[in-house]
Ligand binder design. Structure first.
Ligand SMILES: Nc1nc2c(ncn2[C@@H]2O[C@H](COP(=O)(O)OP(=O)(O)OP(=O)(O)O)[C@@H](O)[C@H]2O)c(=O)[nH]1
Ligand SMILES: [Mg+2]
Length: 265
């Protein structure tokens, strides 16, 4: 159902400069996002604007430029490093006659590739459905609207209503399941805190090196790579800390370190 890039698919990258933030830095992150999604960036369109065009985000002239570049390079997929409104995305797809993916859809697609745990997969599916629901009008839009006209109700509209209802049901189901999983997680967390085990969390931006540090500390073997959102699910492992022998002030390992130890601050 989702309009995902196929692995190794050529993509045209679009990033516009509205005068805020470091353009080059944002662009290199965008390239990494695109390749993390398995796409192959083949062309880039950039430009400056005061503010987004309400109808097409990029503006008429820029859309023509994108179309020409996509045609020239034979690219079927256009990625925007921006949030697009459902209307903007629809207008762009119509004008470009190509799939258009915005930054949120791109990130959610990577999440879908990476989520490993049951809970992670449910969370990603829910986020994708919620992003998709407002954009369902796509596909049939211009064709049905042009054909129908009167009241804009045609078979496409009916299909759309059915799709919306089905998606709504799936969203409710996913929310219920996630609520249950969250309750189970709360129980596990309480058990951990009752066991007087000190918990340490590694928090940081994607690709900052959390998994690498985690592996160095716990020998866990978590996947670490120069990719955005390489590991998505939270993981916890026990870490055994060396004892500090206060009598002679030495810090050293002893046999005791290899068993379970309570932490005394
Ligand atoms: N130069 C340098 N590179 C590092 C260091 N720590 C990790 N890296 C590299 O940075 C990249 C990302 O590391 P990860 O450990 O996967 O990063 P992460 O924070 O878990 O990232 P995500 O799971 O993608 O959010 C890998 O290519 C690592 O080899 C470091 O201290 N110095
Ligand atoms: Mg990681």
């Amino acid at each position: 159902m989702f309009e995902r890039p196929t692995a190794g698919e050529n993509a045209l990258l679009v990033q516009l400069d509205f005068g805020a933030g470091d353009f080059a830095e944002r662009f290199s992150e965008f390239e990494l996002l695109a390749t993390s999604a398995g796409a192959r960036p083949v062309a880039t369109i950039t430009g400056r604007r005061g503010c987004p065009d309400p109808a097409t985000f990029a503006g008429k002239g820029k859309v023509q430029e994108i179309l020409a570049a996509a045609t020239e390079t034979g690219t079927d997929l256009v990625m925007f490093n921006h949030e697009l409104s459902p209307g903007q995305q629809r207008n762009l797809e119509k004008a470009l006659e190509r799939r258009v993916i915005d930054r949120t859809a791109l990130i959610l697609y990577i999440f879908a590739l990476r989520a490993k745990s049951h809970e992670g997969k449910l969370q990603v599916e829910l986020a994708q459905l919620e992003h998709q629901m407002t954009r369902l009008v796509r596909g049939w839009t211009h064709l049905e609207r042009q054909k129908g006209g009167i009241g804009l109700r045609g078979p496409g509209e009916k299909q759309l209503e059915t799709d919306r209802r089905l998606l709504g049901k799936r969203v409710a189901l996913l929310k219920d399941r996630l609520k249950l999983l969250e309750r189970q997680r709360t129980v596990r967390r309480k058990q951990r805190s009752r066991g007087e085990v000190l918990s340490v969390s590694l928090v940081g931006y994607t690709n900052a090196g959390k998994s690498t540090l985690f592996n160095a500390l716990t020998k866990a073997g978590a996947y670490a790579a120069n990719q955005l959102f390489a590991t998505l699910d939270t993981t916890s492992r026990r870490l055994y800390v060396p004892t500090c022998d206060l009598a002679d002030g030495r810090l050293g390992l002893s046999d005791r370190d290899f068993g379970y130890r309570r932490f005394h601050p």
